[in-house]
Design a protein around this ligand. Structure first.
Ligand code: AMP
Length: 407
């Protein structure tokens, strides 16, 4: 389906046009009509599926047909980076419609707090916020949410993992009872089902089997001893010159080791980790986005939600312990139907981590032969794990309860 066929405001269509979106992505096809009908929604949504626009477009359309007399929509997301990115999409999509928005997140200076306060007091249409900082503003008493139409919880599983449950519930206590609730989550553990039960009213449920990576991502794997990983990285980077590459490391220490190795090899790159200040992170991501450098080394910090166009290659220098993180990491490439590749380096101690990933993906990934110059490699095998319950609960598809099914 094409955007031009949608029954939404022309000024929004102009905004969509400026992003050059033509066809709706599958999640947009499914969710847009539901949200436009003002229904509550629980969506299990794959990273890179176009879900941000899927909820922003109908919310903005609703705002355009309402009185602009206060904060109309609140989007809560786990990290500053995701907030900034969502807010950038609002700014672009809502440009011709004159929709105002602000990202509200912590860790900034007093000047920013005051700017946030002013916007919160001044009928900004859409607020995109991290839970902690938004609650801090709410507690100070100047935020009026009486006119709110829609609440979005984005990356809800991540927010619960980060311990934001109490903050979210506390924020909800400030909202009008009659409102639309939209809950997006990459996974559907029981905690999310419980949250959905508490917040959503007769929700529609959409599951696009989202734990699996997009088919457009070509996945390649090398078995390699830890001592040879740096050399392998050099070889791979030489084969992918001029590509936009994200290298994921397991720890901050690993990021700095990779970075100093690349410096020794005179390979232009930048790195980012949780020690960086807010400003440094934003600036680095911005410079990567705009192509000032083509290789960015990072931890899982950038594995979720962050949208960087045209990343062609993901390198998993270290294999993540949580299988879901692998899916999130490689979801940084092949965005919105483009092609991309993910190359993973498995050392002698990471075999069981990769076993878990293959189990999650429900398939084996062929182990490629190391390039010339590498004499030996560890052997890949399935390591029998002691029975752990967490496999049972991992990424189960949510089952609608009888009440919802009979609707
Ligand atoms: P998201 O899943 O919201 O992070 O979106 C992933 C990427 O898809 C972003 O770069 C969006 O700008 C892009 N995108 C969203 N909707 C569409 C669409 N209908 N056509 C093409 N690209 C899209």
């Amino acid at each position: 389906m094409k955007f031009e066929e949608l029954n939404i405001a022309q000024s929004l269509k102009d905004g969509i046009d400026s992003f050059n979106y033509q066809e709706l992505t599958p999640i947009q096809e499914k969710t847009l009509p539901i949200i436009l009908k003002n229904k509550d929604l629980l969506a299990c949504s794959q990273t890179g599926s176009g879900k941000t626009a899927a909820f922003l477009i109908p919310i903005m359309d609703k705002i355009l047909y309402s009185e602009r007399d206060g904060i109309k929509a609140l989007v809560i997301a786990p990290t500053r980076e995701i907030c900034i990115q969502i807010e950038e999409q609002i700014a672009g999509l809502g440009y011709f419609a004159g929709i105002s928005s602000l990202a509200v997140y912590g860790g900034s200076n007093q000047e920013n707090f005051t700017k946030q306060r002013n916007a919160l007091e001044n009928k900004t249409d859409i607020i995109v916020a991290t839970p902690g900082r938004f609650l801090a503003h709410l507690k100070l008493g100047y935020v009026n949410l009486n006119k709110l139409l829609s609440l979005v919880l984005d990356e809800a599983d991540e927010m619960l993992d980060m311990g934001f449950y109490a903050d979210i519930m506390s924020i909800i206590s400030y909202l009008p009872k009659k409102r639309q609730n939209l809950l997006f989550s990459a996974t559907m553990p029981n905690s999310i089902k419980k949250l959905a039960d508490e917040i959503l009213v007769n929700p529609e449920f959409i599951d696009l089997n989202f734990s699996l990576p997009a088919e457009e991502i070509e996945q390649k794997v090398f078995m390699v001893f830890e001592k040879d990983k740096a050399k392998l990285l050099n070889t791979v980077l030489n084969n992918f010159k001029n590509n936009k590459i994200l290298i994921f490391a397991g720890t901050k220490l690993s990021v700095s080791r990779i970075s100093s190795y690349l410096r020794t090899c005179k390979i232009k790159h930048s790195s980012i980790n949780s020690n960086f200040t807010q400003e440094e992170r934003i600036e680095t991501v911005q410079n990567f986005k705009s192509g000032n450098f083509n290789i960015l080394v990072t931890t899982n910090l950038l594995s979720r939600g962050i949208d960087i166009e045209d990343v062609n290659l993901i390198i998993n220098y270290d294999i993540p312990e949580k299988a879901e993180d692998y899916v999130h990491r490689i979801g940084r490439t092949a965005r919105a139907g483009k092609l991309g590749m993910a190359i993973s380096f498995i050392n002698e101690n990471e075999i069981s981590n990769f076993n878990r990933i293959e189990k999650l993906l429900k398939r084996e990934i062929a182990k490629s032969k190391l390039p010339e110059g590498f004499s030996s490699a560890p052997e890949y095998k399935v390591i029998v794990q002691p029975r752990k319950r967490r496999w049972k609960t991992n990424r189960k598809t949510i089952k609608l309860d009888k009440r919802q099914k009979s609707k």
